[in-house]
Design a protein around this ligand. Structure first.
Ligand code: AMP
Ligand code: GLY
Length: 422
């Protein structure tokens, strides 16, 4: 079959790499893709939110299945757009419709959903300009630090964690006044949970689900988890503290209750659910839902899936996921992100990248790159993910780090301490 992957980052390169190994794939397309995806498929020129353009390309290229990488087109309703268009109705879309995508698109919706379905999560209160006084009263019942979240999508920047109550009150007012545009018309105030985070993923057809390998990503720019938040500096899988006992709690208290909650609320769901979890003294709590795979977690997780990935995607899209099998590779995987110096603040682009062909035992996924003439150059903060297998996480990291020294571009930076906390 012909598959179109929507997106242009390391996640999409990694998903495409895996899809390309399937016996079921005829032609693989990306929209818009990047120079890395161009090596394994055909890049089509369309913005991820330009549904009309995507429609044209899907029809022209006889695409049978669309897999949506990032959250924005899902929240904007790309799946609904396909389902409601007579020319596109028969094309499978992996990714939820608008109603399901609200699990990521609205933090308030996600929290209310968890409350209704008894899914463990931090205590919360949602504030808008109508109930600011109640919101401030709720804030006063919490202990520092205070967690404030813009309700809507804010490109990963909408969560503030603040030590002083006074500052939290001020920030709350600023957010409601439009600090994150419409995304912070509503703000979710949350109790702070203390623990180690882990990302758990499932693929689902809305009834049945398969758990994918779990991962831990490293969000801060600095070593020892210090400094500013980034899109992710790397990821490892598996995560040692996720033992059978913990995973059993995740499955019964969180995954099953989420899937049955979707069914109860008649929300059809095809695609991935990413559970951002925190381990509080051995008990998992949901920090957030995402309605897509994680980035950079995918660049690690995908290597550990042995089964035919297209078969799993078909299971999700056709509603017969229950019949499918998922097998994991028992090896560990580490993915190290090379970023542009200065990121996540200002950084320069268009630095020539060299050495990607001299990286034995690693798989290179392009994140922010572009082609200029015969050169591949940097085109974003996160530039390249280097993924490697190993017997242990440390072995996997060693291989990735060796190759991180081989790939060169001006002002390259990467964290050298991934896995330090495990
Ligand atoms: P989110 O976008 O909801 O994942 O939040 C971004 C980051 O903020 C998370 O990855 C956590 O590190 C942190 N965070 C969010 N909510 C909480 C919470 N209730 N308690 C502690 N940390 C949190
Ligand atoms: N790695 C976190 C995310 O994809 O949102």
């Amino acid at each position: 079959m012909n598959i179109l992957l929507i997106g242009s980052g390391g996640r999409e390169h990694a998903l495409g790499w895996k899809i390309n190994q399937s016996k079921k794939i005829k032609k693989l397309f990306f929209a818009p893709g990047n120079p890395g995806t161009a090596e394994i498929g055909i890049n089509l020129n369309a913005n991820v939110n330009d549904f009309q353009k995507i429609k044209k390309l899907v029809v022209e290229n006889k695409i049978n299945m669309v897999v949506v990488g990032p959250e924005v087109p899902l929240v904007e309703g790309i799946h609904d757009f396909f389902a409601n268009d007579p020319d596109l109705k028969s094309i499978k879309v992996v990714g939820p419709k608008k109603a399901g995508a609200k699990l990521e698109g609205s933090k308030n919706f996600a929290k209310d959903f968890m409350l209704r379905n008894s899914i463990p999560t931090a205590k919360y209160f949602t504030v808008s300009s109508n109930n600011l006084t109640e919101g401030i009263n709720f804030l006063k019942t919490l202990v520092s630090p205070y967690v404030l979240k813009a309700d809507g999508l804010a490109a990963g920047k909408g969560v503030l964690i603040i030590d002083s109550l006074e500052e939290a009150e001020n920030s709350l007012r600023k957010m409601l006044a439009g600090q994150f545009g419409d995304a912070s018309n509503k703000v979710v105030i949350e109790e702070f949970l203390s623990g180690v985070e882990v990302s758990v993923f499932v693929i689902t057809d809305g009834k049945s689900y398969k758990i994918l390998p779990e991962a831990k990503d490293y969000k801060r720019i600095g070593e020892g988890d210090t400094g500013l938040n980034t899109g992710g500096m790397g990821a490892v899988s598996p995560v040692p503290f996720v033992n059978a006992e913990f995973m059993d709690k995740v499955e019964t208290q969180i995954i099953q209750t989420t899937i049955s909650g979707l069914q109860k609320e008649q929300i059809e769901y095809t695609g991935f659910i990413f559970f951002g979890l925190i381990n509080v003294k051995g008990n998992p709590y949901v920090i957030e839902y995402n309605v897509r795979m994680g980035d950079p977690e995918t660049e690690a997780v995908i290597l550990r899936i042995k089964s035919d990935f297209v078969d799993l995607l078909e299971g999700a899209a056709n509603g017969n996921l229950e019949e499918k099998k998922i097998e994991f590779d028992e090896q560990s995987v580490a993915s190290v992100m090379l970023v542009s110096g200065g990121y996540p603040e200002n950084y320069e682009k268009e630095k020539v990248i060299s050495g990607t062909e001299n990286t034995p035992n690693s798989i290179i996924f392009h994140a922010g790159t572009k082609k200029v003439g015969n050169n591949i150059v940097t085109n974003g903060g996160r530039v390249i993910a280097i993924s490697s297998f190993g017997k242990t996480i440390n072995d996997a990291l060693k291989t990735s780090y060796k190759n991180a020294e081989v790939i060169e571009f001006d002002k390259k930076y990467f964290r050298k301490d991934l896995g330090f906390d495990l």
